[in-house]
Design a protein around this ligand. Structure first.
Ligand code: ADP
Ligand code: MG
Length: 260
């Protein structure tokens, strides 16, 4: 949308008046319809750098669909997605996933089995060989796996593989990290340690993080803000302790009641 403005010398200036976003990620009025059913309806979110937003809700409420549209692997029915002030999905606009500056981490988003740990982390990197090497070692050191650079995925435990996946996702310095239940495949004993470790690395790297989870405890532990989702809509949004102490309704209260 442009408007013309008359300047002093009589020439018309054209100014772009499209509303710009200062957020790393902004989702506006997102809707996704599958076969006549709105599985996502009117979801809006705004994420800043260095902030973890938990998208929390029971299974089937539309979390992964929301994340997939943000990632560019699914199309919205309505609404817009903006990344770093640029519309990447909207009416007539579609920027492909690889051009969205996004890091992805899923529960079952496997490492490349035929590549070493180091090559897995280097996979999406550009730059000179030395620069890539440096970035790979920096990240593997951060996740405590510096010595594993020449190993192959099958030689690693599940927890170690997820740490490599985190390093791989962060290597190209994404603006946004999208994490869909990234730790649910791990056993309880390992999970807390990896969550804390991942959180400190994510904070250091400064990406805006969208953490999808159905576990209130995980959202409480990791998120700066929680968006509570139910049946395709965000029903409450705020600081974790606000949702815990002042749930919007009985259903939300019940959902948080297991957290201790
Ligand atoms: P969540 O991640 O919160 O568990 P999803 O976003 O995966 O929820 O799914 C929300 C709803 O949308 C579910 O009822 C699911 O069956 C439905 N759904 C997801 N993807 C598709 C699809 N490709 N086609 C039809 N229905 C889908
Ligand atoms: Mg899901």
């Amino acid at each position: 949308e442009t408007i013309g403005i008359a300047s002093g010398d009589g020439k018309a200036l054209k100014m772009d008046m499209t509303p710009q976003s200062t957020a790393r990620l902004e989702v506006r009025g997102l809707k996704r319809n599958f076969g006549g059913l709105d599985v996502v309806r009117d979801v809006s979110l705004s994420l800043q750098a260095g902030q973890v937003t938990g998208l929390l809700g029971p299974s089937g409420c539309g979390k992964s669909t929301t994340l997939r549209i943000i990632a560019g692997v699914d199309h919205q029915t309505e609404g817009e997605v903006w990344i770093d002030g640029q519309m990447v999905a909207g009416p007539g606009v579609f920027v492909p996933p690889e051009k969205r500056h996004i890091g992805l981490m899923f529960q079952d988003f496997a490492l490349f089995p035929h590549l070493s740990v180091g090559d897995n982390v280097a996979f999406g990197l550009s730059g000179t060989r030395t620069e890539k090497r440096q970035r790979v070692y920096t990240l593997l050191d951060k996740v405590g796996l510096g010595k594993f650079v020449d190993k192959f995925p099958h030689e690693l435990s599940g927890g170690e593989q997820q740490r490599v996946a985190l390093a791989r996702a962060l290597a190209p310095k994404p603006s946004i990290m999208l994490m869909d239940e990234p730790f649910s495949g791990l056993d309880n004993r390992l999970r807390d340690g990896i969550r804390d470790e991942a959180l400190s690395i994510l904070k250091e790297e400064g990406a805006a993080v969208l953490l999808v989870t159905h576990e209130p405890e995980e959202a409480m532990r990791m998120a700066d803000e929680i968006a509570l989702m139910r049946a395709g809509q965000i029903v409450q949004h705020g600081a974790p302790y606000n949702l815990y102490n002042a749930p919007v309704d009985l259903q939300a209260a019940a959902f948080f009641s297991d957290v201790n």
